[in-house]
Design a protein around this ligand. Structure first.
Ligand code: ADP
Ligand code: ZN
Ligand code: ZN
Length: 758
């Protein structure tokens, strides 16, 4: 807050509002306001247009560029003090500058919907449940007539001595109420209204080991014998607690990264501090949540897009007020305030979903690192397949590189094999060799995992007679055949139509599917192995709530012999009985025009392979390819991911691509193709007057998919070897962008550090 104006003049409140405008707004403070009670970050309600909006106070001033009589007074002040710390507010300013995104929208992203709408920042006290003495001693034998009651009792016992809130129970199992009621009636559980406070309200400021009511933080402490690499990783991070450092924990799948996280987290909890753990998608990794809940009895909060507004409100305030110790969340949880921040962990740091792809296009990884720096706490990035950016930062010793090179326990690493399918007979994309390998595994009762990153039956419907192809009217894309639903669907705009009986062009030709999708592989496998149980996991089969969980249980109970699916399979699951992984088609990722594609392909291959042989049985991975001599594939398979990463980095360096230069992409689209093109040309002209020789402006060119959902898309690429130079140029461009003619008729966005060029 700047120097305080004297009391006689009317104060100006400069605020940020969540509108897509690059400016702040001035209002008059109430005449009776005590200036000392104002602080930057407080929420206000202000008149805006014909209605009212919630605004964030940025600064108090005596002067406005606007005539005083034109300024309106605010409606009211919502908070007695800011809900975010000064450091977190600093972070939002930084992110707004770095991503060239309006400050009001950046502030908005840091708050849950309820608080954005002006709700009071208070949590309703929750009902809690705890074991009674009787409950502690109870055995599942006593409850043998109700499996559900057994499960609930077991859950409480595994969390003892902590009590559990309604939210925690609902996170665990939506249908907990009847069983809890029955256990209350049997006096095995008792009910209280008391919230458990993780961080003592009395000792704010000084760190001490603050414990749950029964003075224990963990009840299921690990009895594992850590290997030396794990031990070294844990020690390195623990030694950095209380100061800023970034660690890249690179460990092959199954090497015990999660165990490292958990042991570090335990130390952070003992220091009375909180931990923010970010993961790509919570619903795809229920196992991580379970392991955390088993290990730690402190309050843990989940935050992801499937929560209701009320749940998000509670989750956010739980962390802000220190009543929860661990936040497990996705990208959007990054800005959640922490009363006593201790550590930030990003699991699967390479995952593209950490980058927001619309609106405020921030990278949760990069902002997390800045947050760690501002909060003075360590940031731990973990992955089996680190991004090239992070590998580069580790090479440059900006990050400390921690390596886990062995699988933990007795698990062995899978072996990868390229299977040349040139000139081989294929049965719906499956070669005879692959089919016989699958048969061998199924015969000995083990599981097979089959990966194809394309859903639907086939990506193309073509006329055998005249060559006509079913295209989407609104996109530069083919319609995908969905046989089960008997329709054609565009995967880019969602347009659907019935499957055609005959060719609309020549009226006589036979229509045939071309290419492979998971539905087609499913049909082929059901034909080949009619008596085996198959589970298909892709977006089409897991849309209904709870279906993914059901399939995962089925797989883990051994009720599925064949698991077939898309990239959903690559993420975090443990399938201990899978001993053969087949990647049906690696070639589609080999020749993309986007330079990120090879990195993605390598990560995908290694991640999918990592599902095999997780237990004591060795696993085998077969990759079908028509390019068995491809350098990338061979490096990856023979020498492993980190070797591949070094070679890929050398190629990026040679081509001066990121991370050896900095990119920003200005995209524009409109129904009329001339408009975005003219807009980008004008933008390029403006930008050229502000850039130096460090920065190049490439384009405008049409996007790789020029037309999508009826809009024509073009883009302008900025490439620079000096970040500050690029930032200055973009600042000037944004400041002048509204002067471009027809700017209101197009939609544009600026993407700093884009993760794809589409
Ligand atoms: P990652 O997160 O790297 O995939 P996990 O932490 O999930 O690996 O570990 C894989 C499996 O190995 C888990 O079942 C875990 O409990 C076990 N594990 C981890 N560390 C050890 C160890 N030092 N000794 C024995 N088993 C371990
Ligand atoms: Zn035809
Ligand atoms: Zn379409």
């Amino acid at each position: 807050m700047p120097k305080l104006p004297d009391a006689t003049s009317r104060l100006i409140l400069r605020v940020a509002i969540a509108v897509p405008l690059y400016r702040l707004f001035d209002y008059l403070a109430p005449t009776d306001v005590d200036v000392h009670s104002l602080a930057s970050g407080m929420r206000l309600e202000v008149p805006f247009g014909t209605g009212k909006k919630i605004a964030f106070l940025i600064e108090v001033s005596q002067h406005s560029e606007i005539a005083l009589e034109k300024l309106k007074p605010i409606v009211r002040i919502l908070d007695d003090k800011p809900l975010l710390s000064a450091k977190d507010i600093h972070l939002l300013h930084w992110a707004s500058d770095y991503y060239h995104h309006p400050l009001g929208e950046v502030f908005n992203a840091a708050f849950p919907v309820s608080l954005r709408q002006g709700k009071v920042a208070r949590i309703q006290p929750q009902q809690c449940y705890a074991l009674t003495e009787l409950g502690k001693a109870a055995t599942s034998e006593q409850l043998k007539r109700s499996a559900k009651q057994q499960a609930v009792l077991g859950y409480f016992q595994s969390h003892y001595p902590a009590n559990l809130t309604e939210t925690e129970l609902t996170d665990w199992d939506k249908n907990w109420r009847p069983a809890v009621k029955a256990l209350l009636a049997k006096s095995l559980l008792t009910q209280t209204l008391s919230e458990k406070f993780y961080i003592s309200q009395h000792t704010a400021g000084n760190v001490r080991a603050i414990k749950t009511p029964d003075e224990t933080i963990h009840d299921n402490a690990s009895n594992l014998q850590l290997n030396t690499e794990q031990q070294a990783a844990i020690t390195a991070v623990i030694n950095s607690l209380g100061k800023f450092a970034v660690f890249l924990l690179e460990g092959i799948t199954g090497s015990g990264k999660t165990e490292v996280y958990m042991q570090v987290i335990q130390t952070v909890l003992e220091r009375g501090q909180q931990v923010l753990v970010l993961v790509p998608e919570i619903n795809l990794t229920p196992q991580l949540e379970q392991r955390f809940r088993q290990r730690f009895s402190v309050a843990m909060t989940l935050s992801h897009s499937n929560l209701t507004d009320k749940q998000r409100h509670t989750a956010w305030l739980n962390m802000q007020q220190g009543s929860s110790a661990i936040l497990l969340g996705t990208r959007s949880a990054l800005f959640t305030p922490l009363k006593k921040p201790g550590l930030i962990i990003l699991d699967e740091e390479h995952d593209a979903s950490f980058k927001q792809q619309e609106g405020f296009r921030f990278s949760a990884r990069d902002v997390a690192i800045m947050r760690g720096k501002l909060l003075n706490i360590p940031v731990l990035l973990g992955s089996a397949t680190p991004s090239l950016e992070s590998s580069h930062n580790a090479n440059q010793q900006r990050y400390q590189h921690l390596i886990l090179s062995q699988r933990a326990g007795n698990a062995v690493e899978p072996t990868l094999h390229l299977l040349d399918i040139r000139n081989k007979k294929l049965h719906h994309g499956l070669s005879e060799t692959l089919v016989s390998e699958i048969r061998k595994i199924l015969e000995i009762g083990e599981q097979v995992l089959i990966f194809l990153n394309r859903r639907g039956f086939a990506p193309t419907l073509i006329c055998h007679g005249c060559g006509w192809v079913a295209r989407c009217r609104h996109c530069d894309a083919n319609m995908v055949i969905h046989n089960y639903e008997n329709l054609l669907r565009c995967h880019h705009c969602g347009r659907e139509q019935r499957l055609l009986p005959t060719c609309p062009a020549c009226k006589t030709g036979e229509l045939t599917p071309l290419g492979l999708g998971t539905e087609r592989i499913e049909d082929a496998l059901r034909d080949l192995f009619p008596d085996k149980a198959l589970v298909r996991l892709d977006r089409d089969t897991t849309q209904r709530k709870g279906s993914l969980e059901r399939y995962l249980t089925q797989i883990n109970n051994g009720e599925a012999n064949i698991i077939l699916g898309t990239q959903m399979l690559a993420k975090g699951h443990h399938f201990p009985n899978v001993t053969l992984v087949a990647i049906v088609d690696v070639d589609s990722g080999l020749f993309s025009i986007d330079y990120h594609a090879t990195e993605r392909l390598a990560q995908m291959i290694i991640q999918v392979s990592g599902r095999a042989g997780r237990a004591e049985k060795p696993g085998k991975v077969i990759l079908q390819t028509r390019h068995p001599d491809h350098t990338l594939l061979n490096t990856l398979i023979r020498e492993g991911y980190s070797h591949f990463a070094q070679i890929a980095l050398a190629e990026r360096k040679e081509a001066a691509l990121p991370p050896f230069s900095y990119h920003a992409l200005l995209r524009a689209q409109a129904g009329n193709p001339n408009l975005p093109l003219a807009f980008l040309q004008a933008a390029a002209t403006i930008a050229k007057t502000y850039k130096t020789d460090h920065t190049q402006i490439l384009g405008p060119v049409s996007a790789p998919m020029e037309k999508r959902a009826g809009l024509f898309r073009y883009q302008l690429l900025f490439q620079s070897n000096k970040r500050s130079d690029l930032q200055k140029c973009l600042n000037e461009l944004i400041a002048n962008i509204d002067s471009i003619t027809h700017v209101k008729k197009i939609r544009w966005s600026l993407d700093v550090d884009p993760v794809d060029l589409f």
